[in-house]
Design a protein around this ligand. Sequence first.
Ligand SMILES: [Zn+2]
Length: 399
Amino acid sequence: MAASATWSLDAGSTAASSGTRFLVYPQPPFVPGYERPEPVWLPFPPGEIAPGPESRLAYVRDPILPKAPYESPYLPPYRGLSHPRAEPGPDGHFDHLEPGSRAFMAAHAFACVHRVLDICENYAGRPLPWFFTSNFEKLEIVPNFPWNNAQSGFGFIELGEDDSSDIPFPFALNFDVIAHEVAHLVLFSALGPPRTGAPTADFGAYHEAVSDFLSLVGLLHFDTALDRILRRTRGNLLVMNELDRFAELTDERQVRRLSHSLRLPDVGSEVHDRSRPFAGAFFDALIEVYQVILFERGLTELDPRDFSYLRMELGAHELERQLQTTAEDYALRHFAVKAALADARDILGRTLARSWRFLEADGLSFGDAREALVLAARSGPDRAYADLIAANFAWRGFG
Ligand SMILES: [Zn+2]
């Protein structure tokens, strides 16, 4: 009797202090393996998030009639008729909402926004207040209207629909797209907009690269994603990356976008195109740090630090031979391998967030951004990986 009383007490107090529960799809539910949403805890006590949902930082407005996308001077708040607010359950959580309902979609978009902000603030080790708080108290989230795009800006994030197939799919249910937009807002929080003159070409491209990478980092905070990516590749992310084949083998869109071998001279000046080598360097650095951690923990024989750049020095077939493992072998190491990937994710995420202290929006260049990353790595807890990070950006053509 005593034991069960203690257990129920502990369970109750843990639930009360863990935050507010929502359900989030790590990938759109039509991607195989991601059909069900996962519980995600937002850092607010149950009861603090009001119907909407609405927190002290953000609220959802879900227009009934089609609206025009925001564009200065047309900015929030949205004053038209809106769908009813999504209500919390009696326990203060929002995970009771029915997938497929309007309210679920609103709560999903809200949860994705807060989840990414939470991750970034954790890496930065400080709150990252919205850059627009002198004009708007909170971020307005417009979860759905007929528009084939998504954008974030001065006081808002608004999400249309992917209409590339017969049935338009709402971006509100696409963590990847929302994470990318929130990352833009986070970068504006950390660096601000340029104060003097127009933004440099690299400023926009840096924004895109970082937003893509943070979207991947966000994905890797889901258990399902870590499990699926690792079990499918038997933990061999290096060889998949090396062959540029990882992108073809994977269903996760973040990975498909980042796994490539483009270098700076290979791309044009269009901002998304120009962002790709820098984003690719993040991806390579993540995979190599992961590989080093595996080596240090006795989980592999291959140490990437024995090579100045693996992509060049060790052929794909040799890599594949060295890293080959049977499914049975891998199954016995899965949890240790997963911990290594989570650690590598955090090392890169932390280094990136710390690098913002050394960067300024005015005159920002990729060279500055790379230097800031290396400086952040060298001056922090992850200094052991600083040279490896520097080398990956150098190979892509930065510095
Ligand atoms: Zn973008």
